[in-house]
Design a protein around this ligand. Sequence first.
Ligand code: ADP
Length: 213
Amino acid sequence: MSAPLPAHPRFRTLLILGAPGSGKGTQGKVLGSIPRFHHLACGDVFRSLDTRTPLGQKFVEYSSRGELVPDDVTVALWWANVKNRVDAYQFKPEIDFLVLDGIPRNAEQARLMENDIEVLKVFHLSCPDRSELARRLRKRALKDNRFDDANESVIQQRFATYEAETKPILDYYREGNRVVDIDASQPPAKVLYDILGGVMTLDAWHDMEKLKV
Ligand code: ADP
């Protein structure tokens, strides 16, 4: 694992949070294609690991059960990844928003990342209809070769993990009016519209608007 990032101002961060299948990745990718928004999906970082390495093995072990990879290795991997992106000038913290999807995924991860990210807004993609989410996951399993989406009991376990571990961090972020609840059953373009509407209420957005780069 590479060395920690040197002291830095906290990254201006937008979180996309929601149950598996709620469309976090879809929205993150689109947002990340807009200049000054840099998208990082924790699941993608895990999936890019060589499965022959100890960490790659750990990912397969936990994700195939629908469970979270342990917090310390997850946050360390996230660090290493962000650092690479900063070093490669892909993510430019002084001028870009960091759009995180899939991390932090529980209270401990939020705590471990607290000194490094300034969470400006949390977009909660809400879809109480779990059968709709399961339908999306089964479709994705076929298209994207996602082994953790293919099995019904793993899907149910992932929903349970979300309810028990991830959902409680919403309450933590509700302080300071940071959470925007968005109906994830809407068409993707409308979800994006709602997200952008939330971004444009931010002081940091207005600062960025004035920036000429
Ligand atoms: P989805 O988009 O369906 O919610 P992800 O691609 O984000 O799924 O994650 C797939 C799997 O990768 C998770 O079920 C989990 O095992 C592992 N994973 C991803 N992010 C994290 C994280 N922040 N902490 C622990 N495990 C994670």
